[in-house]
Design a protein around this ligand. Sequence first.
Ligand SMILES: *[C@@H]1O[C@H](CO)[C@@H](O)[C@H](O)[C@H]1NC(C)=O
Ligand SMILES: *[C@@H]1O[C@H](CO)[C@@H](O)[C@H](O)[C@H]1NC(C)=O
Ligand SMILES: *[C@@H]1O[C@H](CO)[C@@H](O)[C@H](O)[C@H]1NC(C)=O
Ligand SMILES: *[C@@H]1O[C@H](CO)[C@@H](O)[C@H](O)[C@H]1NC(C)=O
Ligand SMILES: *[C@@H]1O[C@H](CO)[C@@H](O)[C@H](O)[C@H]1NC(C)=O
Ligand SMILES: *[C@@H]1O[C@H](CO)[C@@H](O)[C@H](O)[C@H]1NC(C)=O
Ligand SMILES: *[C@@H]1O[C@H](CO)[C@@H](O)[C@H](O)[C@H]1NC(C)=O
Ligand SMILES: *[C@@H]1O[C@H](CO)[C@@H](O)[C@H](O)[C@H]1NC(C)=O
Ligand SMILES: *[C@@H]1O[C@H](CO)[C@@H](O)[C@H](O)[C@H]1NC(C)=O
Ligand SMILES: *[C@@H]1O[C@H](CO)[C@@H](O)[C@H](O)[C@H]1NC(C)=O
Ligand SMILES: *[C@@H]1O[C@H](CO)[C@@H](O)[C@H](O)[C@H]1NC(C)=O
Ligand SMILES: *[C@@H]1O[C@H](CO)[C@@H](O)[C@H](O)[C@H]1NC(C)=O
Length: 551
Amino acid sequence: MGWLLLFLHLFLFHFPSFSSSSSSFNFLCHGDESYALLQFISSFTTDIATWKNGTDCCSWDGITCDTISGHVVGLNLGGVGLNGTLHPNSTLFRLAHLQKLDLSDNYFSEVPIQISHLSKLESLHLSGNYDSNEKNDQTPCFNLLNGDIPLVVCNITSELEFLNLGHNNLTGIIPQCLSNLSSLQFLDLQMNKFHGTLPSNFSKYISTLNLNGNLFEGLLPKSLSHCKHLNVLNLGSNRLNDKFPHWLQTLQDLKVLVLRDNKFHGPIANLKMKHLFPSLAIFDISGNDFSGFLPKAYFKNYEAMKNVTQVRGDSSLQYMVLPCTDHPQGCTDSVTVTTKGIELTLVRIPNFFVSIDLSRNKFEGEIPNGIGELHALKGLNLSQNRLIGHIPQSMGNLTYLESLDLSSNMLTGVIPAELTNMNSIEVLNLSNNHLVGEIPQGRQFNTFTNDSYEGNLGLCGFPLSKKCGPEPEQHHSPPSANNICSEGKFEFGWKSVAIGYGCGFVIGIGIGYLVFLIGKPRWLVMIFGGQPKRRVNRRRTNGSTQMVQMS
Ligand SMILES: *[C@@H]1O[C@H](CO)[C@@H](O)[C@H](O)[C@H]1NC(C)=O
Ligand SMILES: *[C@@H]1O[C@H](CO)[C@@H](O)[C@H](O)[C@H]1NC(C)=O
Ligand SMILES: *[C@@H]1O[C@H](CO)[C@@H](O)[C@H](O)[C@H]1NC(C)=O
Ligand SMILES: *[C@@H]1O[C@H](CO)[C@@H](O)[C@H](O)[C@H]1NC(C)=O
Ligand SMILES: *[C@@H]1O[C@H](CO)[C@@H](O)[C@H](O)[C@H]1NC(C)=O
Ligand SMILES: *[C@@H]1O[C@H](CO)[C@@H](O)[C@H](O)[C@H]1NC(C)=O
Ligand SMILES: *[C@@H]1O[C@H](CO)[C@@H](O)[C@H](O)[C@H]1NC(C)=O
Ligand SMILES: *[C@@H]1O[C@H](CO)[C@@H](O)[C@H](O)[C@H]1NC(C)=O
Ligand SMILES: *[C@@H]1O[C@H](CO)[C@@H](O)[C@H](O)[C@H]1NC(C)=O
Ligand SMILES: *[C@@H]1O[C@H](CO)[C@@H](O)[C@H](O)[C@H]1NC(C)=O
Ligand SMILES: *[C@@H]1O[C@H](CO)[C@@H](O)[C@H](O)[C@H]1NC(C)=O
Ligand SMILES: *[C@@H]1O[C@H](CO)[C@@H](O)[C@H](O)[C@H]1NC(C)=O
């Protein structure tokens, strides 16, 4: 049984509603519009208390009138429980001045082409979003529209700025005519079943593009690099098959880039440019086939991720300032992330939510030291890659980091004592690596259980049941080479520490020598300076999806 949920939201921002202080003799409301509204609502069983014949319709709940002309320009019937059919002859379509229409979260089953009679429409909200109020369960209100809706939309008007068709059961290809919506700023088609390739052009004003959770395939349109206002690009959970879109890196306002769970592949080139992704706060490319070294150059350039000022602010109230704030409901469901092992849907994206997720790829090499400069980071996930080398001491500088997952890599060496400086860390996963030596103690490290460390045969000390050996008395003799990296023969105490360093050292020299031969001595210097490169592993869980409103 397909219920169509239509959310009709009224956006009050530009058109403050008429207040009852106005003369009651002289209604602002036009009689024909009042009639159209009453007829429309009478075709449903739902009553809206304030909608009374003989009163000024501009004062009714959900109605916005133009303060001068008195025409109804906004209609917000989101979540009022309308159940039934929108007839092609519905008087709703006589509201010719309507600019903002929100029918989300209702139970319609069809939206007829006559919606295109609303030729002034700028904002159309037909999504089956989660109720952002206190519904609190995890059940989205499905808004099951039929597959033709996008074409209807294309016929509406070229002035559409806001279009939310998310969480419906829409199928088919995304119509090329979307390119003709040249004023479009916000497009949300997430959680439908659209397939095919993406349109070659989007509006140059687009600032939020959310196509998450469809069946899109093929390449990303390069024309996106001309969308200078792009803030949020969420293409997660599709079947896109492309190289990393480095041509997005010059977009100065891009805050959220989500490519997770697609078929992106190949290395991410370490370009020596400046000001790459300067505003990026959420970078999620997990669950793809990226390979090669971690994108060190990006880490160096993520200016927003280095800036703690915003993190220190009143973090409970600050959200990313997205242009869609004119459309509060429209900003919902902007992005789904995994942090602290939980999949979260951020209804609004808090400013302070700064995260990098490179998990479940094929990144190799070491974790770059520069990661420690991204001071604003809250979440870092490099799990399920092929990273080698040591955990950089500089990570201890990430004092806002709450979630760190380096699990299922091939990291060696000891866990740097500096990591205990990470005052905010709540979730740590270092399991399934080749780490050795004593687990550092103190502060947050006293709170982790032994599953943060499992699968590292050489680790010892609390919270593992393995005790570390006695403190070493003298340590000048380095481990002999044939002990190095031999599995299952670790001793505890300083020796295993030394073995850990030994492995790193040998690998370091190996790589360094190779690099030297290739003729890039700078790398050699870096490696001998002890800077690990980063490697990323990512794993996907089928964990429950939680809806979290960060408010
Ligand atoms: C969604 O659409 C598909 C066909 O496109 C249909 O099989 C399925 O039943 C629909 N889902 C619901 C919940 O109606
Ligand atoms: C509103 O009331 C007037 C009479 O006062 C009536 O003519 C009109 O049909 C009513 N409109 C609706 C929609 O019921
Ligand atoms: C909508 O109306 C139909 C009957 O007209 C009823 O079976 C269904 O339960 C209603 N749905 C909701 C969500 O109220
Ligand atoms: C729409 O037309 C049908 C007949 O085609 C009629 O029964 C129905 O009352 C009309 N609805 C409205 C809202 O005018
Ligand atoms: C769009 O409108 C034109 C005329 O305004 C009409 O001929 C065409 O069939 C409509 N397209 C769709 C998909 O409804
Ligand atoms: C876009 O609009 C132009 C005219 O404005 C029209 O000729 C063209 O067919 C439209 N393209 C699509 C895909 O609707
Ligand atoms: C896409 O944009 C380019 C220029 O930016 C233009 O030449 C081309 O006609 C557009 N294509 C469509 C389908 O609108
Ligand atoms: C850091 O962020 C604050 C507030 O968001 C801003 O005023 C400041 O210019 C930023 N600093 C740098 C170095 O980007
Ligand atoms: C980061 O940490 C390293 C080593 O722990 C330290 O030497 C360095 O000064 C720190 N850098 C910053 C910018 O805090
Ligand atoms: C750590 O990650 C591994 C997979 O990489 C997972 O199996 C394990 O459950 C995680 N442990 C914790 C404590 O999150
Ligand atoms: C982890 O802790 C549990 C109890 O807290 C214990 O049963 C288990 O043996 C420990 N595992 C290791 C590897 O220390
Ligand atoms: C890291 O990513 C993996 C796979 O994408 C996920 O299973 C895990 O829960 C994430 N770790 C944290 C701490 O969020």
